[in-house]
Ligand binder design. Structure first.
Ligand SMILES: Cc1cc2nc3c(=O)[nH]c(=O)nc-3n(C[C@H](O)[C@H](O)[C@H](O)COP(=O)(O)OP(=O)(O)OC[C@H]3O[C@@H](n4cnc5c(N)ncnc54)[C@H](O)[C@@H]3O)c2cc1C
Length: 391
Protein backbone atom coordinates (compact mmCIF):
# COMPACT_ATOMS: atom_id res chain seq x y z
CA UNK A 1 0.00 0.00 0.00
CA UNK A 2 1.22 3.49 -0.89
CA UNK A 3 0.59 5.96 1.97
CA UNK A 4 1.30 9.69 1.60
CA UNK A 5 1.39 11.95 4.68
CA UNK A 6 1.16 15.71 4.14
CA UNK A 7 2.86 17.71 6.92
CA UNK A 8 5.72 16.66 9.22
CA UNK A 9 4.54 18.48 12.35
CA UNK A 10 3.53 16.86 15.65
CA UNK A 11 0.73 14.84 14.02
CA UNK A 12 2.29 13.89 10.68
CA UNK A 13 5.74 12.94 11.99
CA UNK A 14 4.27 10.80 14.77
CA UNK A 15 1.96 9.01 12.28
CA UNK A 16 4.91 8.31 9.96
CA UNK A 17 7.21 7.04 12.74
CA UNK A 18 4.60 4.77 14.35
CA UNK A 19 3.38 3.36 11.06
CA UNK A 20 6.93 2.77 9.82
CA UNK A 21 7.87 0.94 13.03
CA UNK A 22 4.95 -1.45 12.62
CA UNK A 23 5.67 -2.03 8.91
CA UNK A 24 9.34 -2.82 9.62
CA UNK A 25 8.50 -5.13 12.53
CA UNK A 26 6.30 -7.23 10.20
CA UNK A 27 8.66 -6.93 7.21
CA UNK A 28 5.91 -5.57 4.92
CA UNK A 29 6.71 -3.64 1.76
CA UNK A 30 4.28 -0.69 2.05
CA UNK A 31 5.63 2.70 1.00
CA UNK A 32 5.28 5.64 3.43
CA UNK A 33 6.03 9.10 2.02
CA UNK A 34 6.17 12.18 4.26
CA UNK A 35 5.98 15.61 2.63
CA UNK A 36 6.72 18.97 4.23
CA UNK A 37 7.43 22.42 2.85
CA UNK A 38 10.38 22.76 5.26
CA UNK A 39 13.45 20.56 5.65
CA UNK A 40 12.91 20.74 9.41
CA UNK A 41 10.35 19.56 11.98
CA UNK A 42 9.28 22.56 14.08
CA UNK A 43 8.51 22.33 17.79
CA UNK A 44 5.82 24.98 17.50
CA UNK A 45 5.02 24.88 21.20
CA UNK A 46 8.55 26.20 21.81
CA UNK A 47 8.61 29.00 19.25
CA UNK A 48 7.48 31.74 21.64
CA UNK A 49 10.83 31.02 23.32
CA UNK A 50 12.65 31.31 19.99
CA UNK A 51 10.87 34.65 19.42
CA UNK A 52 12.06 36.00 22.77
CA UNK A 53 15.57 34.51 22.67
CA UNK A 54 14.60 32.24 25.58
CA UNK A 55 16.22 29.25 23.86
CA UNK A 56 18.92 28.87 21.26
CA UNK A 57 17.03 29.30 17.98
CA UNK A 58 18.11 25.90 16.60
CA UNK A 59 16.62 24.16 19.66
CA UNK A 60 13.14 24.55 18.16
CA UNK A 61 13.83 22.59 14.97
CA UNK A 62 15.04 19.15 13.88
CA UNK A 63 16.38 18.15 10.46
CA UNK A 64 13.66 15.77 9.18
CA UNK A 65 16.06 13.71 7.04
CA UNK A 66 18.24 13.21 10.10
CA UNK A 67 15.25 12.10 12.22
CA UNK A 68 14.27 9.59 9.53
CA UNK A 69 17.82 8.24 9.07
CA UNK A 70 17.11 4.81 10.48
CA UNK A 71 13.59 4.55 9.08
CA UNK A 72 12.00 3.34 5.88
CA UNK A 73 9.99 6.57 5.43
CA UNK A 74 10.68 8.50 2.22
CA UNK A 75 10.84 12.28 2.81
CA UNK A 76 10.09 14.85 0.13
CA UNK A 77 10.63 18.52 0.83
CA UNK A 78 8.01 20.42 -1.14
CA UNK A 79 5.00 22.65 -0.72
CA UNK A 80 1.67 21.02 -1.50
CA UNK A 81 -0.22 23.12 -4.06
CA UNK A 82 -3.27 20.96 -4.75
CA UNK A 83 -4.95 17.71 -3.75
CA UNK A 84 -7.21 15.95 -6.27
CA UNK A 85 -9.12 13.19 -4.42
CA UNK A 86 -10.91 11.99 -7.58
CA UNK A 87 -7.69 10.62 -9.10
CA UNK A 88 -5.86 10.11 -5.76
CA UNK A 89 -3.15 12.68 -6.55
CA UNK A 90 -1.14 15.32 -4.70
CA UNK A 91 0.58 18.10 -6.63
CA UNK A 92 3.56 20.05 -5.32
CA UNK A 93 4.55 23.60 -6.20
CA UNK A 94 7.76 22.39 -7.87
CA UNK A 95 5.70 20.44 -10.44
CA UNK A 96 6.00 16.96 -8.88
CA UNK A 97 2.84 14.86 -8.61
CA UNK A 98 2.34 11.79 -6.41
CA UNK A 99 -0.40 9.20 -6.30
CA UNK A 100 -1.65 7.53 -3.12
CA UNK A 101 -3.73 4.61 -1.87
CA UNK A 102 -4.22 6.39 1.49
CA UNK A 103 -3.66 10.09 2.14
CA UNK A 104 -3.11 11.73 5.54
CA UNK A 105 -3.77 15.45 5.98
CA UNK A 106 -1.57 16.73 8.81
CA UNK A 107 -1.07 20.26 7.48
CA UNK A 108 -1.54 22.11 10.79
CA UNK A 109 -2.99 25.61 10.80
CA UNK A 110 -2.34 29.17 9.68
CA UNK A 111 -3.00 32.50 11.33
CA UNK A 112 -6.60 33.69 10.93
CA UNK A 113 -7.08 37.44 10.35
CA UNK A 114 -10.92 37.47 10.05
CA UNK A 115 -10.75 40.09 7.25
CA UNK A 116 -9.70 42.78 9.74
CA UNK A 117 -8.21 45.55 7.60
CA UNK A 118 -4.42 45.74 7.80
CA UNK A 119 -4.08 42.87 10.30
CA UNK A 120 -2.16 40.56 7.97
CA UNK A 121 0.00 43.34 6.47
CA UNK A 122 1.00 45.24 9.62
CA UNK A 123 1.42 42.60 12.31
CA UNK A 124 3.76 39.73 13.10
CA UNK A 125 2.35 36.20 13.21
CA UNK A 126 3.73 33.48 15.47
CA UNK A 127 2.88 30.17 13.82
CA UNK A 128 6.19 28.97 12.42
CA UNK A 129 9.89 28.93 13.19
CA UNK A 130 10.47 31.56 10.46
CA UNK A 131 7.78 33.78 12.04
CA UNK A 132 9.59 33.50 15.40
CA UNK A 133 12.97 34.50 13.94
CA UNK A 134 11.44 37.47 12.07
CA UNK A 135 9.66 38.65 15.25
CA UNK A 136 12.77 38.28 17.42
CA UNK A 137 14.91 40.26 14.95
CA UNK A 138 12.26 42.98 14.66
CA UNK A 139 12.01 43.47 18.44
CA UNK A 140 15.81 43.65 18.77
CA UNK A 141 15.83 46.31 15.99
CA UNK A 142 13.08 48.30 17.78
CA UNK A 143 14.99 48.35 21.08
CA UNK A 144 18.23 49.29 19.29
CA UNK A 145 16.45 52.15 17.47
CA UNK A 146 14.82 53.31 20.73
CA UNK A 147 18.22 53.57 22.41
CA UNK A 148 19.33 56.01 19.69
CA UNK A 149 16.07 58.03 19.73
CA UNK A 150 15.77 61.42 21.47
CA UNK A 151 12.02 61.99 21.10
CA UNK A 152 10.40 60.34 24.19
CA UNK A 153 7.07 59.77 22.39
CA UNK A 154 8.77 57.98 19.52
CA UNK A 155 10.94 56.07 21.99
CA UNK A 156 7.88 54.79 23.85
CA UNK A 157 6.23 53.70 20.62
CA UNK A 158 9.33 51.74 19.57
CA UNK A 159 9.37 50.02 22.96
CA UNK A 160 5.66 49.13 22.96
CA UNK A 161 4.60 45.63 21.98
CA UNK A 162 0.91 44.88 21.52
CA UNK A 163 -0.29 41.30 21.36
CA UNK A 164 -3.72 40.62 19.89
CA UNK A 165 -5.24 37.39 21.23
CA UNK A 166 -5.23 36.09 24.81
CA UNK A 167 -5.15 32.36 24.11
CA UNK A 168 -2.23 29.93 24.41
CA UNK A 169 0.06 31.80 22.02
CA UNK A 170 -0.76 35.33 23.22
CA UNK A 171 -0.40 34.54 26.93
CA UNK A 172 2.82 32.58 26.47
CA UNK A 173 4.55 35.28 24.43
CA UNK A 174 3.25 38.04 26.76
CA UNK A 175 4.70 36.06 29.68
CA UNK A 176 8.17 35.85 28.14
CA UNK A 177 8.48 39.46 26.98
CA UNK A 178 9.02 41.29 30.32
CA UNK A 179 12.11 39.28 31.31
CA UNK A 180 13.53 39.56 27.79
CA UNK A 181 12.86 43.33 27.78
CA UNK A 182 14.99 43.62 30.95
CA UNK A 183 17.89 41.93 29.15
CA UNK A 184 17.41 43.86 25.90
CA UNK A 185 17.40 47.21 27.72
CA UNK A 186 20.70 46.33 29.40
CA UNK A 187 22.22 45.21 26.10
CA UNK A 188 20.99 48.11 23.93
CA UNK A 189 20.77 50.95 26.45
CA UNK A 190 17.03 51.51 25.77
CA UNK A 191 15.18 52.89 28.83
CA UNK A 192 13.25 50.12 30.68
CA UNK A 193 10.83 52.74 32.04
CA UNK A 194 9.47 53.31 28.52
CA UNK A 195 8.79 49.63 27.77
CA UNK A 196 5.08 48.77 27.40
CA UNK A 197 3.53 45.35 26.79
CA UNK A 198 -0.19 45.16 26.06
CA UNK A 199 -2.38 42.06 25.62
CA UNK A 200 -5.76 42.54 23.94
CA UNK A 201 -8.66 40.14 23.59
CA UNK A 202 -12.28 40.60 22.58
CA UNK A 203 -13.38 37.92 25.08
CA UNK A 204 -14.16 38.50 28.77
CA UNK A 205 -11.47 35.99 29.74
CA UNK A 206 -7.90 35.09 28.83
CA UNK A 207 -7.33 31.38 28.05
CA UNK A 208 -11.08 30.94 27.70
CA UNK A 209 -10.88 27.16 27.17
CA UNK A 210 -9.57 26.74 30.75
CA UNK A 211 -12.34 28.52 32.62
CA UNK A 212 -12.46 31.32 35.20
CA UNK A 213 -9.77 30.24 37.66
CA UNK A 214 -7.01 29.90 35.04
CA UNK A 215 -8.00 33.12 33.37
CA UNK A 216 -7.85 34.99 36.70
CA UNK A 217 -4.46 33.45 37.54
CA UNK A 218 -3.02 34.22 34.10
CA UNK A 219 -4.31 37.79 34.37
CA UNK A 220 -2.82 38.24 37.84
CA UNK A 221 0.56 36.77 36.82
CA UNK A 222 0.80 38.89 33.68
CA UNK A 223 -0.27 42.02 35.55
CA UNK A 224 2.44 41.39 38.17
CA UNK A 225 4.98 41.23 35.35
CA UNK A 226 3.86 44.61 34.03
CA UNK A 227 1.69 43.45 31.12
CA UNK A 228 -1.41 45.64 30.56
CA UNK A 229 -4.48 43.54 29.76
CA UNK A 230 -7.39 44.87 27.72
CA UNK A 231 -10.30 42.40 27.73
CA UNK A 232 -13.54 42.87 25.75
CA UNK A 233 -11.49 44.96 23.38
CA UNK A 234 -12.13 44.24 19.70
CA UNK A 235 -9.57 45.23 17.09
CA UNK A 236 -11.19 47.05 14.17
CA UNK A 237 -8.13 47.78 12.04
CA UNK A 238 -4.35 47.65 12.08
CA UNK A 239 -2.15 50.28 10.46
CA UNK A 240 1.64 50.61 10.49
CA UNK A 241 2.53 51.04 14.19
CA UNK A 242 -1.08 51.48 15.28
CA UNK A 243 -4.16 49.44 16.31
CA UNK A 244 -7.70 50.84 16.14
CA UNK A 245 -9.87 49.21 18.79
CA UNK A 246 -13.51 49.32 19.87
CA UNK A 247 -14.76 52.63 21.28
CA UNK A 248 -12.68 54.58 18.75
CA UNK A 249 -9.50 54.18 20.80
CA UNK A 250 -6.05 53.95 19.24
CA UNK A 251 -3.04 52.05 20.55
CA UNK A 252 0.40 52.90 19.13
CA UNK A 253 2.96 50.11 19.15
CA UNK A 254 6.27 49.50 17.38
CA UNK A 255 5.57 45.77 17.42
CA UNK A 256 2.14 44.25 16.83
CA UNK A 257 1.80 40.49 17.25
CA UNK A 258 -1.29 38.78 15.84
CA UNK A 259 -2.21 35.71 17.90
CA UNK A 260 -5.98 36.02 17.60
CA UNK A 261 -6.89 32.77 15.92
CA UNK A 262 -6.09 29.95 13.56
CA UNK A 263 -7.62 28.30 10.54
CA UNK A 264 -6.71 25.28 8.43
CA UNK A 265 -4.80 25.74 5.15
CA UNK A 266 -7.12 26.64 2.24
CA UNK A 267 -5.95 23.73 0.04
CA UNK A 268 -8.13 21.36 2.09
CA UNK A 269 -11.40 23.09 1.20
CA UNK A 270 -10.12 23.70 -2.35
CA UNK A 271 -9.83 19.91 -2.76
CA UNK A 272 -13.61 19.63 -2.34
CA UNK A 273 -13.25 18.13 1.14
CA UNK A 274 -16.06 18.92 3.61
CA UNK A 275 -14.74 21.49 6.10
CA UNK A 276 -16.02 23.40 9.14
CA UNK A 277 -16.02 27.20 9.60
CA UNK A 278 -12.28 27.18 10.37
CA UNK A 279 -11.52 25.27 7.16
CA UNK A 280 -10.78 22.02 9.05
CA UNK A 281 -11.56 18.68 7.41
CA UNK A 282 -14.55 17.05 9.10
CA UNK A 283 -13.64 13.52 10.15
CA UNK A 284 -15.37 10.58 11.81
CA UNK A 285 -14.29 8.60 14.91
CA UNK A 286 -11.62 6.84 12.82
CA UNK A 287 -10.18 10.21 11.66
CA UNK A 288 -11.45 9.39 8.16
CA UNK A 289 -12.54 12.44 6.19
CA UNK A 290 -16.30 12.66 5.62
CA UNK A 291 -17.18 11.08 2.29
CA UNK A 292 -13.54 10.19 1.42
CA UNK A 293 -12.69 6.56 2.18
CA UNK A 294 -8.98 6.98 1.27
CA UNK A 295 -8.27 10.22 3.18
CA UNK A 296 -7.60 10.76 6.88
CA UNK A 297 -7.01 14.04 8.73
CA UNK A 298 -5.68 14.89 12.19
CA UNK A 299 -4.12 17.62 14.30
CA UNK A 300 -4.95 21.29 13.86
CA UNK A 301 -6.34 20.80 10.33
CA UNK A 302 -9.04 18.32 11.41
CA UNK A 303 -12.41 18.84 13.07
CA UNK A 304 -12.60 15.81 15.35
CA UNK A 305 -15.69 14.99 17.43
CA UNK A 306 -14.92 14.91 21.14
CA UNK A 307 -18.29 14.10 22.67
CA UNK A 308 -22.00 13.92 22.16
CA UNK A 309 -22.52 17.70 22.54
CA UNK A 310 -20.99 18.51 19.12
CA UNK A 311 -17.73 19.74 20.66
CA UNK A 312 -14.49 19.12 18.82
CA UNK A 313 -11.02 18.20 20.10
CA UNK A 314 -8.81 21.19 20.97
CA UNK A 315 -6.01 22.19 18.60
CA UNK A 316 -2.99 21.40 20.75
CA UNK A 317 0.30 19.59 20.24
CA UNK A 318 -0.56 16.97 22.85
CA UNK A 319 -3.75 15.95 21.03
CA UNK A 320 -1.97 16.09 17.65
CA UNK A 321 0.74 13.66 18.86
CA UNK A 322 -1.75 11.20 20.32
CA UNK A 323 -3.82 11.32 17.15
CA UNK A 324 -0.60 10.51 15.25
CA UNK A 325 -0.04 7.47 17.50
CA UNK A 326 -3.62 6.36 16.87
CA UNK A 327 -3.45 6.87 13.11
CA UNK A 328 -0.12 5.03 12.78
CA UNK A 329 -1.91 1.99 14.25
CA UNK A 330 -5.12 2.55 12.25
CA UNK A 331 -3.28 2.77 8.92
CA UNK A 332 -1.42 -0.40 9.78
CA UNK A 333 -4.81 -2.10 10.33
CA UNK A 334 -5.84 -0.81 6.89
CA UNK A 335 -2.73 -2.42 5.36
CA UNK A 336 -3.58 -5.72 7.05
CA UNK A 337 -7.22 -5.43 6.01
CA UNK A 338 -8.34 -5.49 9.65
CA UNK A 339 -11.20 -3.39 11.11
CA UNK A 340 -10.21 -0.10 12.77
CA UNK A 341 -10.93 0.71 16.40
CA UNK A 342 -12.27 4.23 17.00
CA UNK A 343 -10.06 7.13 18.16
CA UNK A 344 -10.79 8.07 21.79
CA UNK A 345 -9.51 11.53 22.77
CA UNK A 346 -7.83 11.34 26.18
CA UNK A 347 -8.02 14.59 28.15
CA UNK A 348 -4.51 15.01 29.50
CA UNK A 349 -5.04 18.73 30.11
CA UNK A 350 -2.99 21.75 29.11
CA UNK A 351 0.07 23.53 30.48
CA UNK A 352 0.59 27.21 29.70
CA UNK A 353 3.73 29.10 30.65
CA UNK A 354 3.44 32.70 31.83
CA UNK A 355 7.11 33.58 31.68
CA UNK A 356 10.16 31.44 32.46
CA UNK A 357 9.17 30.51 36.03
CA UNK A 358 5.37 30.52 36.27
CA UNK A 359 2.50 28.77 34.56
CA UNK A 360 -1.10 27.64 34.79
CA UNK A 361 -2.43 24.24 33.83
CA UNK A 362 -4.96 21.49 34.34
CA UNK A 363 -3.05 18.20 33.98
CA UNK A 364 -5.56 15.33 34.16
CA UNK A 365 -8.17 17.94 35.06
CA UNK A 366 -6.41 19.10 38.27
CA UNK A 367 -5.72 22.84 38.61
CA UNK A 368 -1.96 23.49 38.83
CA UNK A 369 -0.15 26.81 39.25
CA UNK A 370 3.35 28.24 39.43
CA UNK A 371 6.74 26.67 38.84
CA UNK A 372 5.46 23.03 38.89
CA UNK A 373 3.72 23.82 35.59
CA UNK A 374 7.07 24.83 34.05
CA UNK A 375 8.75 21.69 35.38
CA UNK A 376 5.97 19.52 34.02
CA UNK A 377 6.09 21.32 30.66
CA UNK A 378 9.84 20.73 30.44
CA UNK A 379 9.31 17.05 31.30
CA UNK A 380 6.71 16.67 28.54
CA UNK A 381 9.06 18.40 26.09
CA UNK A 382 12.00 16.14 27.01
CA UNK A 383 9.78 13.10 26.63
CA UNK A 384 8.71 14.28 23.20
CA UNK A 385 12.28 15.01 22.09
CA UNK A 386 13.41 11.55 23.24
CA UNK A 387 10.45 9.94 21.45
CA UNK A 388 11.39 11.40 18.05
CA UNK A 389 15.20 11.26 18.45
CA UNK A 390 15.22 7.63 19.56
CA UNK A 391 12.28 6.35 17.52
C1 LIG B 1 3.39 29.95 20.11
C2 LIG B 1 2.62 28.67 20.26
C3 LIG B 1 2.69 27.98 21.44
C4 LIG B 1 1.99 26.77 21.59
N1 LIG B 1 2.11 26.12 22.77
C5 LIG B 1 1.51 24.93 22.93
C6 LIG B 1 1.67 24.21 24.14
O1 LIG B 1 2.35 24.65 25.07
N2 LIG B 1 1.06 23.00 24.26
C7 LIG B 1 0.31 22.46 23.24
O2 LIG B 1 -0.19 21.33 23.38
N3 LIG B 1 0.11 23.12 22.06
C8 LIG B 1 0.70 24.35 21.89
N4 LIG B 1 0.52 25.04 20.72
C9 LIG B 1 -0.34 24.46 19.66
C10 LIG B 1 0.42 23.38 18.86
O3 LIG B 1 1.66 23.88 18.44
C11 LIG B 1 -0.39 22.88 17.65
O4 LIG B 1 -1.65 22.44 18.10
C12 LIG B 1 0.36 21.75 16.96
O5 LIG B 1 1.52 22.25 16.34
C13 LIG B 1 -0.52 21.04 15.92
O6 LIG B 1 0.21 20.00 15.33
P1 LIG B 1 -0.03 19.63 13.79
O7 LIG B 1 0.84 18.46 13.47
O8 LIG B 1 -1.48 19.54 13.51
O9 LIG B 1 0.48 20.91 12.98
P2 LIG B 1 1.96 21.50 12.89
O10 LIG B 1 2.79 21.07 14.02
O11 LIG B 1 1.77 22.95 12.63
O12 LIG B 1 2.52 20.82 11.56
C14 LIG B 1 2.02 21.11 10.28
C15 LIG B 1 3.11 20.84 9.26
O13 LIG B 1 2.57 20.98 7.95
C16 LIG B 1 3.49 21.65 7.12
N5 LIG B 1 2.74 22.28 6.02
C17 LIG B 1 1.73 23.17 6.13
N6 LIG B 1 1.27 23.52 4.91
C18 LIG B 1 2.01 22.82 4.02
C19 LIG B 1 2.00 22.72 2.60
N7 LIG B 1 1.12 23.41 1.84
N8 LIG B 1 2.89 21.90 2.01
C20 LIG B 1 3.78 21.17 2.75
N9 LIG B 1 3.83 21.23 4.09
C21 LIG B 1 2.94 22.03 4.73
C22 LIG B 1 4.15 22.65 8.05
O14 LIG B 1 5.44 23.05 7.56
C23 LIG B 1 4.27 21.84 9.36
O15 LIG B 1 5.50 21.15 9.45
C24 LIG B 1 1.19 26.25 20.53
C25 LIG B 1 1.11 26.96 19.32
C26 LIG B 1 1.82 28.16 19.18
C27 LIG B 1 1.73 28.90 17.88
Amino acid sequence: MNIVILGAGYAGLRTALDLDRRIRERGLDSLVTLIDQNPYHQLIQEIHLTATAGIDSLDAIYDIRHLLNRHGVRFIQGRVREITPLNHEVHLEDGQSLTYDRLVLALGSETAYYDIPGAREHSYALRTYDDAIALRDHIIAQFTAAAAENDPKRQRQLLTTAIVGGGFTGCQIAGELPAWADKLCKETGAPRSEVRIALLDHNKLLLKQFGNWASREAERALDQRGVSIYLETAVNAVEPGLIRVSGGRVLRAGTIIWAAGIRAPGIIAAAGITVDRAGRAIVDRYLRVEGQSAIFALGDCASIPSGADGATVLATASYAMRQGEYLGGALFSEILGEPLRAYEPIRLGQLVSIGPDYGVGNPLGMPLLGYPVILMKKGVEQYYRASIEGA
